[in-house]
Design a binder for this molecule. Structure first.
Ligand SMILES: Cc1ncc(COP(=O)(O)O)c(C=O)c1O
Length: 409
């Protein structure tokens, strides 16, 4: 009998068999695995006692809030921007995003709103929630968001102050925006409120899983062409290039916006960790060398993504209870169950010791209107753990469907 046509009793006994295994597996956050972190171990000791920058300054001392010049060059090359428009921060680009919002929230005033593309990155939504910014959900399609809808909204509503975008290998769907979408987003500030910003979170800029990678149109160039550079904020970090907990982050924007942000940051710090910036320049050198390191990550990650996709196909391929994305890069696979099954699936999996990102987390306020999206993060577990975890997930989806059929029938 095909697994998809198994009845409730069969699925329940499969579930109970898994339960006896007392599993402890985690498919939640997109963390690099230890093998990936090991790829950058030479960061340790790479300076060999030499802390001098190209311009003679001492990386160990105070100063230079926008970052060391050689790291600004590296960031600009990775982001497709210019060094004078690029700053280098600490180990988290999310931290820069948070602080940028914090720097503007007073002037935006009460009742400000952001456009949130869904499904999306939960931590973007958390920033809005924390600052009391309302979130307007707009669905993502395979080539990016519905631009007509967004243009209509920002034109009509001056309280919309921002939009969150993960343009390449989007978290969680893995989709990359088309050239046309990128150009239209770069033009948005011309029709939106004067203090509107595009948060272009290019977290997966060099994170390809295949040699025929997705090509993303250069957003910094697009904003330059539109005269909107000061309203575009391009972020990235080395969190998934070197050490997730000890990397460096980048922000590129127009010169005026960068200088305003520098003033804001200088109230809370004198400078980020320049020694770490120098270490990263020594290791990564430039975009070409960075891509060579990313090819090594690809070798570790690709088999994991392939295994998840093959296991899903094997387990659910004929069942029509779920569909999932086939990303060419990034850190996630996005799975949609039939409506109304995601929460129950995540709960069942937890009972078996398999932790999944909470259902709904990929939507503002944690509310998935269809209760169907589940984000799968294949990077951290070892292959055998991953196979087991995805098998459990498949059983839980089928069981959730069988339970719902029982209730209806
Ligand atoms: C879209 C996106 N942006 C930002 C981050 C976090 O980046 P960082 O480690 O630079 O703060 C993540 C991590 O998963 C992410 O998926």
């Amino acid at each position: 009998m095909n697994k998809s046509t198994k009845d409730y009793d069969d699925l329940l006994s499969e579930f109970l068999e898994f339960k006896e295994e007392k599993l402890e597996l985690d498919l939640t956050r997109g963390k690099p695995s230890p093998e990936q972190l090991d790829l950058s171990n030479c960061l340790d000791g790479i300076l060999d006692g030499n802390f001098q920058l190209r311009n003679g300054a001492d990386a160990r001392n105070y100063g230079g809030i926008l970052g060391i010049p050689e790291a600004r060059e590296l960031g600009a090359e990775i982001l497709g921007s210019r060094p004078k428009n690029t700053m280098v921060g600490g180990n988290s680009s999310l931290n820069l995003m948070y602080h940028f919002v914090a720097s503007k929230v007073k002037t935006w005033g009460e009742g400000s709103k952001f456009i949130c593309l869904t499904p999306g990155y939960d931590r973007h939504f958390t920033i809005c929630e924390y600052f009391g910014i309302s979130m307007l959900s707009i669905p993502l399609t395979n080539s990016g968001p519905d631009m007509e809808k967004i243009e209509k909204e920002v034109r009509a509503d001056q309280s919309i102050k921002g939009i969150w975008c993960v343009p390449k290998y989007s978290n969680p769907t893995g989709h990359t925006y088309s050239d046309e979408v990128v150009k239209r987003i770069a033009a948005l500030p011309k029709i939106a409120a004067d203090d509107f910003f595009v948060f272009w979170d290019n977290a997966y800029v060099v994170h390809d899983l295949q040699s025929n990678e997705d090509k993303l149109y250069n957003f910094s160039r697009a904003t330059e062409n539109q005269g909107t550079s000061d309203s575009g904020l391009v972020f990235a970090s080395t969190s998934k290039i070197t050490f997730a907990g000890a990397g460096i982050s980048f922000l590129s924007t127009g010169e005026k916006t960068l200088s305003d942000f520098e003033k804001y940051l200088s109230m809370q710090m004198i400078g980020f960790d320049k020694v770490n910036q120098l270490r990263h320049v020594k290791l990564l050198k430039n975009l070409e060398e960075t891509k060579k390191l990313m090819a090594k990550h690809q070798k570790v990650l690709k088999p994991k993504f392939d295994l998840v996709l093959a296991t899903l196909e094997n387990k659910l391929g004929n069942s029509k209870v779920a569909q999932w994305t086939l990303p060419k890069g990034g850190y996630f696979i996005s799975l949609d169950t039939l409506p109304g099954l995601a929460k129950r699936t995540v709960q069942l999996a937890l009972e078996l010791g398999v932790r999944l990102t909470p259902a709904g987390a990929t939507f503002p306020y944690g509310k998935d209107p269809n209760d169907s999206n589940i984000r799968i993060a294949p990077s951290y577990p070892q292959l055998e753990e991953l196979r087991k975890a995805v098998n459990v997930l498949g059983t839980c989806i089928l069981l959730a469907k069988a339970e719902s059929d029982n209730r209806e029938g």
